[in-house]
Design a protein around this ligand. Structure first.
Ligand SMILES: [Zn+2]
Length: 316
């Protein structure tokens, strides 16, 4: 257990999408002329979001967002003020869902390129996507049903009838590496996942629940295991559509598994050798490099998983 306890005290490092370098410049949001002035300023750097994609230059494991100067039509699009960088450049996302399907731009999703973006671009796209996803589903007031309108540089929607304010949501989810007394890792295959695809367990935090209680409940619910020593390791914004993943590790009190059939197709305890051999044989597929799930597995493993795998299936 000594090695395991040492490892669990070390936080996750450099999780993808979690290295924000933008200054959100929150004090500028209150300026009602903010978006108009950003669109009028040729120095503004615009991230055009087309549904869940953006134009990217991609090659040799390195991806870069193709930002552009503002264009007049941006004034009619949903504008999201993302912040400024150290050089004072302002970043504006615009939602351009009207772009047609035959768009010639090289549009890529955050899932496709997130792990290869630099810190600034990952921050920009993650923030823009989470915010845009919230706007898409909050067009009407939950109190009275009237239309809501964006304010505060896209960081607020206000009801046009009763004036109520609605702020962007971030839904917390816990994700956890569960380790047994022999230092084996619990991984499960979700219902409907491809054969061989395994991940650590995860689930949404419920109202009235602490994060630790959510970890304990999800593990018991999904595989029937009781856990103790729940420790936070790191987190990751996960705008699919509007979550934040809170990464934990926990120690299992037993190894008997009782699966929740509607959610879990299979669950197993893996030794490090079993995991590495399964990956090497092409029989075991862990989560893509983008997700904190992969970081949690590698944290337990004590080294990166090679060869890197490509994301082909949805993440939990
Ligand atoms: Zn209302």
């Amino acid at each position: 257990m000594g090695g395991n306890l040492e490892r669990t005290s070390v936080p996750l490092a450099d999780v993808a999408l979690s290295r924000s370098v933008l200054d959100r410049s929150v004090e500028r949001r209150a300026d009602p002329g903010l978006l108009a002035s950003l669109v009028a300023d040729p120095a503004t750097r615009v991230l055009a979001l087309v549904r869940d994609s953006a134009e990217v230059s991609d090659g040799a494991g390195r991806a870069t967002l193709l930002l552009r100067p503002p264009e007049p039509a941006d004034a009619t699009r949903l504008g999201l003020f993302l912040g400024t960088d150290g050089d004072g450049a302002a970043y504006l996302a615009v939602v351009d869902d009207a772009a047609d399907e035959g768009d010639a731009r090289d549009l890529r999703t955050l899932r496709q390129v997130g792990a290869d973006l630099g810190d600034r671009d990952a921050s920009l796209l993650t923030t823009a996507l989470g915010l845009a996803n919230w706007h898409r589903t909050h067009t009407h007031c939950p109190r009275c049903g009237a239309a809501t309108r964006p304010e505060q540089g896209g960081w607020l929607r206000r009801c046009s009838e009763d004036g109520s304010e609605h702020y962007p949501r971030t839904d917390p989810a816990v994700i956890m590496s569960v380790v047994d007394a022999d230092d084996r890792l619990l991984m499960a295959r979700g219902a409907g996942w491809g054969e061989g695809r395994y991940s650590v367990l995860a689930g949404f935090v419920e109202p009235g629940e602490t994060l630790e209680a959510a970890v304990t409940r999800e593990v018991r619910e999904e595989v029937g295991v009781d856990v103790v020593d729940v420790r936070f390791l790191g987190d990751q914004p996960w705008p699919f559509p509007t979550s934040i993943m809170l990464g934990f590790t926990a120690r299992a009190l037993g190894t008997g598994l009782s699966l929740q059939e509607s959610e879990i197709a299979d669950a197993r305890w893996f030794t490090r050798d079993e995991l590495l051999e399964g990956v090497a044989r092409g029989e075991l597929f862990t989560s893509p490099r983008l997700s904190i799930s992969r970081w949690l597995v590698e944290h337990w493993l004590g080294r990166p998983i090679v060869p890197p795998q490509v994301a082909t299936e949805p993440d939990r």
